[in-house]
Design a protein around this ligand. Structure first.
Ligand SMILES: Nc1ncnc2c1ncn2[C@@H]1O[C@H](COP(=O)(O)OP(=O)(O)OP(=O)(O)O)[C@@H](O)[C@H]1O
Ligand SMILES: [Zn+2]
Length: 463
C-alpha cells in the first residue's frame, strides 16, 4: 500500500501515517462558525483537507475513510448577528432569526464549497445537535478534577493539565504574557477557559446542571469528535490560526476526559491566505468571499487550482494573474482530455501527494503528463486533486475560436492607422472585453484570450 507521510505539527516531525485501525482512516477538521458567507481564506482548509480526503480514499478505499467537519451553529458571533437583524426590524423571535441565519449560511457554504470541487465530508455535525454529549463531557471533567463551576460558568482548570502548551510549544506563563486572556472574577486563573456559560432569556440556552446556558466553542469539537470518531483518531486538521488557543484547549479537554485515549495522533495545520502580508479575516475587514470570485466569473476549478499551487504549510495570496494562468492551463487540459476516458492515476502524482500533500509537485507531474500527450493519465491524475471533474467543466466548453474576431480587429486597426481614427477599434475592443475577452494588441499582432467571465454568447457579431 502507498505510504503517506504527513508533517505532524504536534511532534514537529514528518511521520508515516499508520492508522489506528489498519486499513481505515479517521479525520476531524474544524469547520466554520456559520454566521456569514465564507471568505476565500476559509476556503483554504476546505480545499487542503478535501485533497487529503481524496488521496486517503484513493489509497484506502472510499468506504474506509471517515471525514468529520463540524458546523459551529451556536456562538456569540451568530447571536450578535441575529440581534443586529432583530434591531433592524427583521420579524421573528431571536431563536427564529438565529436558526434562519445558520440554515442560510450552511446552504451558502455548501453551494460555495461544492463549486470548488470539495466533496461533502462523511459527517457534518452541528454543535446544537450535540449539546447532550458536551454536557456529559463537562461533567466528566469536573468529576476528574479538571474543571470547576462558578457563577453559572464552568471553567477548565488549565494548571491541572501538565501537557497544556505542548502543541503550540509555549509555557502557560508565556501564554498569559502573550495572549489577551480575559480576566474574570469567577476564574481561578486567567488562563482558565470557558466550557459552559450562562444564557439570559434573550440568548439561546439549554438546561444543564449549572443552570440554563450554552457551551463554549472549544468543547464542541472535543465532544463531537469523540461521538463520531472515538477517543483516539488519526488526523486532526484546521488553520494555523486555530492552533492556539482552540486546538490547545481541545487537547486539554479530550485528554483529561479520556485519559486512556490519545485524541488526535497527527495534527495538520494549513497556513493562512493573506492580503498584503496579513491574514485575511473578517475582523480585519480585508476579505472577499468565494461567492464574489465566482460572480466575477472565475470558475471554481480555476480557484481550486490556484490554491493547490502553494503547499498548504506556506502562506499564499490570491492574484488575478495566478488565476488567469490557471485558467489557461485548465482550458488547454480540458481541450486535451475531451472524449478521453480516465485511466489510472499516475504513480508520480500519487507519490507527490503522499509526500506531505505536495500539491505543487503533483501539478508539475500533471504538466508532464500533458506534455507527453497522456490524456487518460492526465484525466485520472487531475481528478485525484479534484480537478477536471466531469461536472465542473461547463465553463470551458464554450467555443473559443476567436481567430475571426482577431482578424477583424487587426483589419480595423490597419484601417484606423491610415484614417487616424481609432473609434471603431476602441468600440470593438470594448465589445470584446464585455464578453470577457482579454485583448492584447502589439506591433506583432492581435491576440485574443478568453478571460474570467468569458461568455461566447456576448461576442460581437461580425458583419
Ligand atoms: N485567512 C485564512 N487563511 C486560511 N484559513 C483560514 C483563514 N481564516 C480562517 N481560516 C480557517 O477557516 C476555518 C473556519 O474558521 P472560522 O469560521 O472560525 O473563521 P472566522 O472566524 O469566521 O473567520 P475569521 O478568522 O476571518 O474571523 C478555520 O479552519 C480557520 O483556520
Ligand atoms: Zn475545533
Amino acid at each position: 500500500m502507498t505510504q503517506i507521510r504527513l508533517h505532524n505539527s504536534k511532534t514537529r516531525k514528518e511521520e508515516v501515517l499508520a492508522p489506528l485501525t489498519p486499513g481505515k482512516v479517521s479525520m476531524y477538521v474544524c469547520g466554520p462558525t456559520v454566521y456569514d458567507r465564507a471568505h476565500i481564506g476559509n476556503a483554504r482548509p476546505v480545499i487542503v483537507f478535501d485533497t487529503l480526503f481524496r488521496l486517503l480514499r484513493h489509497v484506502y478505499g472510499a468506504e474506509n475513510v471517515t471525514y468529520v467537519r463540524n458546523f459551529t451553529d451556536v456562538d456569540d458571533k451568530i447571536n450578535a448577528e441575529a440581534l443586529r437583524r432583530q434591531a433592524a426590524g427583521v420579524p421573528g423571535t431571536l431563536e427564529d432569526l438565529i436558526r434562519g441565519r445558520t440554515e442560510e449560511t450552511i446552504a451558502w457554504y455548501h453551494a460555495d464549497m461544492d463549486a470548488l470541487g470539495a466533496l461533502r465530508p462523511t459527517h457534518e455535525p452541528r454543535a446544537t445537535e450535540y449539546i447532550g454529549p458536551m454536557i456529559a463531557m463537562i461533567e466528566e471533567l469536573i468529576a476528574r478534577g479538571h474543571a470547576y463551576a462558578a457563577e453559572g460558568h464552568v471553567l477548565f482548570d488549565v494548571r491541572s493539565f501538565a501537557g497544556y502548551g505542548a502543541l503550540s510549544g509555549r509555557s502557560v506563563d508565556d501564554m498569559i504574557a502573550g495572549a489577551r486572556v480575559e480576566v474574570a472574577p469567577y476564574k481561578r486563573d486567567p488562563m482558565d477557559f470557558v466550557l459552559w456559560k450562562p444564557s439570559d432569556d434573550s440568548l439561546p440556552g439549554w438546561q444543564s446542571p449549572w443552570g440554563r446556558g450554552r457551551p463554549g466553542w472549544h468543547i464542541e469539537c472535543s465532544a463531537m469528535s469523540r461521538e463520531l470518531l472515538g477517543e483516539t483518531f488519526d488526523i486532526h486538521g484546521g488553520g494555523i490560526d486555530l492552533q492556539f488557543p482552540h486546538h490547545e484547549n481541545e487537547i486539554a479537554q479530550s485528554c483529561c476526559a479520556n485519559p486512556s485515549g490519545q485524541f488526535a495522533k497527527i495534527w495538520m495545520h494549513n497556513e493562512m491566505l493573506q492580503v498584503e502580508g496579513k491574514k485575511m479575516s473578517k475582523s480585519l475587514g480585508n476579505f472577499f468571499t468565494v461567492r464574489d470570485l465566482l460572480e466575477q466569473g472565475w470558475p471554481g476549478e480555476v480557484i481550486r487550482f490556484v490554491y493547490l499551487q502553494t503547499h498548504y504549510s506556506k502562506p499564499m495570496d490570491w492574484t488575478d494573474e495566478k488565476a488567469r494562468q490557471a485558467e489557461a492551463t485548465l482550458r488547454k487540459w480540458r481541450g486535451m482530455i475531451a472524449g478521453a476516458e480516465p485511466g489510472q492515476a499516475d504513480p508520480s502524482v500519487v507519490a507527490a501527494l503522499s509526500q506531505d500533500l505536495n500539491t505543487a509537485g503533483a501539478i508539475a507531474e500533471l504538466h508532464a503528463l500533458a506534455g507527453k500527450g497522456d490524456a487518460a493519465g492526465l484525466l485520472a491524475s487531475a481528478r485525484l486533486l479534484g480537478l477536471l471533474l466531469p461536472d465542473m467543466g461547463a465553463w470551458a466548453e464554450q467555443s473559443v475560436d476567436l481567430t475571426a474576431h482577431a482578424g477583424h480587429l487587426a483589419a480595423l486597426r490597419a484601417d484606423a492607422m491610415v484614417r487616424k481614427d481609432f473609434s471603431a477599434v476602441d468600440a470593438m475592443k470594448s465589445a470584446l472585453m464585455a464578453a470577457g475577452v482579454e485583448v492584447r494588441m502589439s506591433k506583432a499582432g492581435v491576440e485574443l484570450l478568453p478571460a474570467a467571465g468569458f461568455d461566447a454568447s456576448k461576442l460581437p457579431v461580425l458583419e
